[in-house]
Design a protein around this ligand. Structure first.
Ligand code: SF4
Length: 373
């Protein structure tokens, strides 16, 4: 089920832990919007035979766009691609969820919001330079429901420096009380070059230790699954019927195209990534120059990507699809490794899929490395 991703590279403020591509100089939004529409027109012919079914507008903070800018992008995408959207998601930050905006988004066909709350704790919000207050987070979800959104995701982060288990459980309870159909729960990771990284290296703050992170991960799983949410990916929980279609397609290795600075595309044979610089991206498009780099996926790269994404989900790794990518001499070796991990109860086999035992989800990356070629 192919999808379209659009990257809006602008934010009100830079959160201290974030290494996504974004700019806080909002003066150039209009020209970036124009460039994204231009890119849609240029790549459309490559994908004229593809029927897209999901649209995801992420970033950055796409909710800061004026409805007119959003309308322009959506119009261009719908005009250039065969899109019968089963899910149109907008990433939104709480401070942007105002009644008039919500109404306009619904009018533009957006039927799912992914709301970056991260924490309800005022101290951590301030410490990590978030642009909203705890009260705005509560209000945002209430407004979304009142406006008529039937599907919304809440993003939460655990493992803030000094965060106790009680504080984390309190965040989870507050989120659950607001009845989102979907929750994404991420551990705070220290990305190189971020303010958080700088503060840790200068010993201004201390990262949470791995043991506590693991306890927080499992506490979230216990609480959310006992409240009716299904953990269908390492960091993602949904009420029955509310899995995120667009992101599930990534994890299932389905193709997608990405538009906008830094956006990635995957065609099934190639991976492409756009320039991560707004001005250069715009200039390249305007001058008729290449605005992306591209690599042909070797069978090994393709195989490893299927392993690393599949292992994170309840659907697991499609063995037939993986084995088709291996040379004969690699196949036996790989199957032997799979059997060893099944014997250790780290993996189980269901039909032609191998699925990670939920107790090992927290170390899924380590097990994925064992399964890579
Ligand atoms: S709002 Fe999101 S994308 Fe922007 S800096 Fe914060 S975490 Fe990063």
């Amino acid at each position: 089920m192919p999808g379209i991703y659009i990257h809006i590279p602008y934010c009100h403020k830079a959160c201290h832990y974030c290494n996504f591509h974004f700019s806080t100089n909002l003066k150039t939004i209009n020209s970036t919007v124009e460039a994204i529409c231009h890119e849609a027109g240029l790549v459309a012919s490559e994908f004229s035979q593809v029927h897209f079914v999901t649209l995801y507008i992420g970033g950055g903070t796409p909710s800061l766009l004026h409805p007119g800018q959003l309308k322009k992008i959506l119009h261009s995408v719908r005009e250039n691609f065969r899109l019968t959207s089963q899910e149109t998601t907008l990433e939104a930050n709480p401070e942007d969820l105002l009644p008039e905006k919500l109404e306009e988004w619904l009018g533009l066909g957006i039927d799912r919001l992914s709301i970056g709350i991260q924490t309800f704790d005022e101290q951590f919000l301030r410490q990590f330079n978030r642009n909203h207050t705890s009260q705005q987070a509560f209000d945002a979800l209430k407004q979304a429901r009142r406006a008529g959104f039937l599907k919304y995701n809440v993003d939460l982060i655990f493992g803030f420096p000094g965060q106790s288990m009680d504080q984390w459980l309190s965040d989870l309870h507050r989120a659950i009380d607001l009845q989102p159909q979907h929750l994404s729960v991420y551990s705070l990771t220290r990305e190189e070059g971020t303010a958080f990284d700088y503060m840790v290296r200068r010993r201004m703050i201390q990262e949470a230790d791995e043991g506590l992170m693991a306890e927080m991960f499992f506490a979230a799983r216990e609480l959310l699954t006992s409240t009716g949410y299904q953990q269908y990916e390492i960091s993602n929980y949904a009420l029955p019927g509310y899995h995120a279609l667009h992101n599930s397609n990534y994890w299932k290795g389905e193709p997608y195209i990405g538009l906008g600075p830094s956006a990635h595309s995957y065609t099934g044979t190639h991976r492409r990534w756009n320039i991560s610089n707004n001005a250069l991206y715009e200039k390249s498009l305007a001058n008729g120059e290449k605005w992306y780099e591209e690599e042909l996926l070797t069978p090994e790269i393709h195989f490893n990507e299927l392993v690393i994404t599949g292992i994170r989900t309840i659907w697991g790794i499609d063995m037939d699809r993986c084995l088709n990518l291996l040379r004969d001499e690699q196949k036996d070796q790989w199957l032997k490794k799979v059997d060893q991990l099944i014997e250790k109860n780290q993996l189980k086999k269901e039909k032609n899929h191998i699925i990670l035992h939920p107790d090992y989800l927290f170390i899924s990356d380590r097990i994925a490395i064992e399964l890579m070629v």
